[in-house]
Design a protein around this ligand. Structure first.
Ligand code: PGA
Length: 256
């Protein structure tokens, strides 16, 4: 039986400290990524490293993503990098609405504009959604629905199918995380997200949108998450900065 392709997004955040280290980490990961037939690895380094890294290898198993970009194409926006600029430096994916960006004040209308700008440049948006707290009554589903509603508002259905969704519960992300979500929690949430997509946009959109899980994933948990049929991949922070662990994650993902 043909195995389904898994997506692994490496979110390097503001790491490593130098381009030289970034190149070393990339070269080591790229070796494994190129051989993994059933995995698409998307490396998202700091944008300033993109042009150098993107030149280092060409493989259909490896792509590049930016961690954020601004929706205007040019102008007086000191310190910002546009979607068009990240596209020209080799990225074909863009993480949008990551909780760390939202925590710095990202507004829902900016998220919506960034998705549109990415699609206009033929960049695949990776839209992050997630609740700050998970309650037993399931009211956090409403938060996810609101985030989806405003981010995808007004987009034609055929464009929504190319958006990748990353369910990233804020409480499960980063070194201060209490814990990772359990595979059951991730599965339950992915199903609720699909149900929402079904209600809003119909069967085709609901079945074709790819959903990733992110939050404290490591080599021990990767298989449990990827064995869930409603989850197509993972967004990985800390564990993507360790060449040995991340290579192991790629190999494990390839085996499922
Ligand atoms: P983590 O980060 O894997 O280090 O928890 C995930 C993320 O922030 O996307």
């Amino acid at each position: 039986m043909q195995k389904k392709q898994k997506i692994l997004v490496a979110n390097w955040k503001m790491n490593p400290t130098s381009l030289k280290e970034g190149e070393k980490l990339f070269d080591s990961i790229a070796k494994t990524a190129k051989q993994a037939k059933n995995v698409l690895t998307i490396i998202s380094p700091p944008s300033i490293f993109l042009p150098s890294l993107a030149k280092r290898t060409k493989s259909s198993k490896l792509r590049f993503g930016a961690q954020d970009a601004y929706f205007e194409n040019e102008g007086a926006y000191t310190g910002l990098t546009s979607v068009k600029q990240v596209r020209s430096s080799g990225a074909t994916y863009l993480i949008i609405g990551h909780s760390e960006v939202r925590a710095r004040g990202e507004q829902e209308d900016f998220i919506q504009k960034k998705i549109r700008a990415a699609l206009a440049e033929e960049i695949t948006p990776i839209l992050c959604i997630g609740e700050k707290e998970r309650d037993d009554q399931g009211t956090f589903f409403e938060i996810l629905a609101n985030q989806l509603e405003s981010a995808l508002h007004g987009l034609p259905f055929y464009k929504i199918t190319s958006v990748v969704l990353a369910y990233e519960p804020v409480w499960a992300i980063g070194k201060d995380a209490k814990r990772s979500a359990t595979p059951q929690e991730a599965e339950e949430t992915a199903l609720v997200i699909r149900k929402y997509l079904f209600t809003q946009y119909g069967k085709d959109v609901a079945s074709s949108v790819r959903i990733l899980y992110g939050g404290s994933v490591d080599d021990m948990s990767v298989k449990d998450f990827l064995e869930i049929p409603s989850i197509q991949g993972l967004l990985i922070g800390r564990a993507s900065l360790d060449k040995t662990i991340f290579s192991k994650i790629i190999t494990l993902a390839d085996s499922i």
